[in-house]
Write a protein that binds this ligand. Structure first.
Ligand code: HEC
Length: 157
């Protein structure tokens, strides 16, 4: 009798402990949501678009391709950060990310890796100093943006 009462007591202690742990997980989820990954990833993309515009400026001005080195590197850095801004639950809200991001995560990740490769090549082309090389790599980078949008971003209204 005394033994089984003790066991029951420790079961209750274990359950209370589990509930407390659950509450902490819930708290962490709320903290994440408050960081607003939707706004962060949209800001990330605005910066990517700005970097692309800056590179286009160098091309249009037939300037020094090396002036695009920093922006190309920035595109890569932004891309690496971008895929980390899609936590579960962030499909809801003021977002143009399609449900396919979460249902086909492997495809989304591959589209991002494809863009990373294009940005690496853009960096190399910029570093070459050759504006024709930069122009070709820039066109490919633009295609990498578009390929992901085609599958994973809702069309603008
Ligand atoms: C791996 C997929 C992917 C790649 C690569 C990608 N995008 Fe996007 N982009 C998205 C998704 C998804 C959204 C929608 C984000 C949201 O609304 O939550 C988006 C949104 C945007 C937006 C709108 C941001 C806003 O203000 O709401 C711009 C601008 C944009 N992308 C530009 C670019 C450019 C430029 C590139 C290439 C340099 C690029 N994207 C590459 C997936 C991608």
């Amino acid at each position: 009798m005394r033994k089984s009462l003790g066991m029951r007591k420790s079961l209750v202690v274990a359950m209370v402990g589990a509930l407390a742990a659950g509450a902490m997980v819930g708290g962490a989820t709320i903290a994440l949501a408050q960081a607003d990954p939707i706004k962060e990833r949209q800001e990330n993309r605005k910066q990517a678009a700005a970097a692309m515009r800056a590179i286009k400026g160098v091309i249009d001005a037939k300037g020094n391709a090396k002036d695009a080195v920093d922006q190309a590197a920035k595109l890569k850095t932004l891309e690496v950060a971008f895929v980390k801004l899609f936590p579960a639950g962030s499909d809801k809200g003021d977002t143009k990310a399609l449900p396919a991001v979460w249902t086909d995560w492997a495809g989304f990740d591959a589209a991002s890796k494809n863009a990373e490769t294009a940005f690496d090549k853009l960096s190399v082309a910029a570093g070459s100093g050759d504006i024709a090389q930069l122009q070709a790599a820039f066109a490919d980078a633009g295609k990498a943006c578009g390929a992901c949008h085609e599958k994973f971003r809702a069309k603008a209204n």
